[in-house]
Design a protein around this ligand. Sequence first.
Ligand SMILES: [Zn+2]
Length: 459
Amino acid sequence: MMTSMEAVIYARVSQDHGTRSVQEQERECREFCDRQGWNVTRVLTDNDIGASRYSGKDRPAYRELKEILRPGDVLVTWEASRAQRDLAAYVELRNLCADRGVKWAYNGRVFDLSDGDDRFGTGLDALLAEKEAEQIRARVLRGKRSAAAEGRPSGKTPPGYRPVRDPRTGRTVTWEPDEVAPVMQEAARRILEGETLREVTRWANEQGVTGTHRQMRDRLHLASYAGLRVHQGKVVGEANWPALWSPEQRDQIIAAFADPARRASGGGGVPVRHLLAGIARCGVCGAGMRHYWPPSAQKISAPPAYVCSDGLHVRRQAKPLEKAVVRATLARIRTIDRAQLADDGGAAAAAARREAQELQDRLDEFTVAAAEPGGPSPRALAAIEQKLQPQIDAALARARASYRSPLIGRLAENPEDWTVLTVVERREVIRSMVTVRVMPTQSRGVAGFRREDVEIHPA
Ligand SMILES: [Zn+2]
């Protein structure tokens, strides 16, 4: 009677890469072992622990694995990157398997690591897995975590995201926020603050998110940005990509567009009445501040204030805060280099935007071609994308860095024009010139205002 092979299953999952739960990995590995007629002797599991060198955490099951592998065994992992995401770890594992005469199986294939071709094949997979680890690390560092397995993206990637592809198949597995994600977030915030769609669209265009105001409105309605997956026009659940704003905020955005006041003015929108709403940020939690002057306060003649919109961490009297910010903004405009202003940053920004658009068009062409027979393979497409995307991001970053509102040049010539600007225009100038953080203050009550408890920095 033939002795069946003894298999050791190693399953691993990390929070930042939720493609399969440990249980699902184990089940699939067991099914594979059954089909091969292998006898599963051990199942080792590391949960929620990154196996790459970036995690810096211990992997007890992985260590144990090294203890128990015996000649003739087969190590079964769900995919290459479950066992290692790091070339050093791969080499270690490969040598271990080769030395002990242990075969390694994943993705439904068995590799004999004493064989040159198999060593090459697994090595290539390890290289690709490492690239994936780099992408995941970048994502995690930005504080974004991809959610569960379901909710893969389908269709066109909306501005603010870029596709993350499986390095082996080239298939899009999820989206991650890209360079213009903050622009989309800011656009949504501005709509909620009451800026007009036209204003917001024009601003977004200048930041590299091109399109008509209708397209912008349609985008801001998208469930995708709220981290929701849509199938045939219906929200079917949570997506596996990070949201740019919450589903509640999406509801507010939709309500804002449906607002009759906004409609009556032909998309003109409700004027923003408060100069610093959303611009001044809470020095404790970073949330935008909102204008606060309830009837109860008005009744006792308490002055209007700005408060943290998230946790009421800070509160500041509105008038002196606005005065301080306007003073700092105009002072900063006076310091701007005239030569720089002559250009208004316009030409440089436009050139950088054109460059970004051309690169994006090229990438789009490749993406379309990849769907055609004889077009680039998904893996080639992933490589092209990896080359072009950083160039696109860099061009967009340059466009933003050199963009300056034409209003700035006007104010540099005639500071008194400030008085004739609309609130929306003033807000635009303030935003492009300074950042405002309202720190907790020692002064008691609303009467006190201490300039030193407000941090106003160049934007
Ligand atoms: Zn706060």
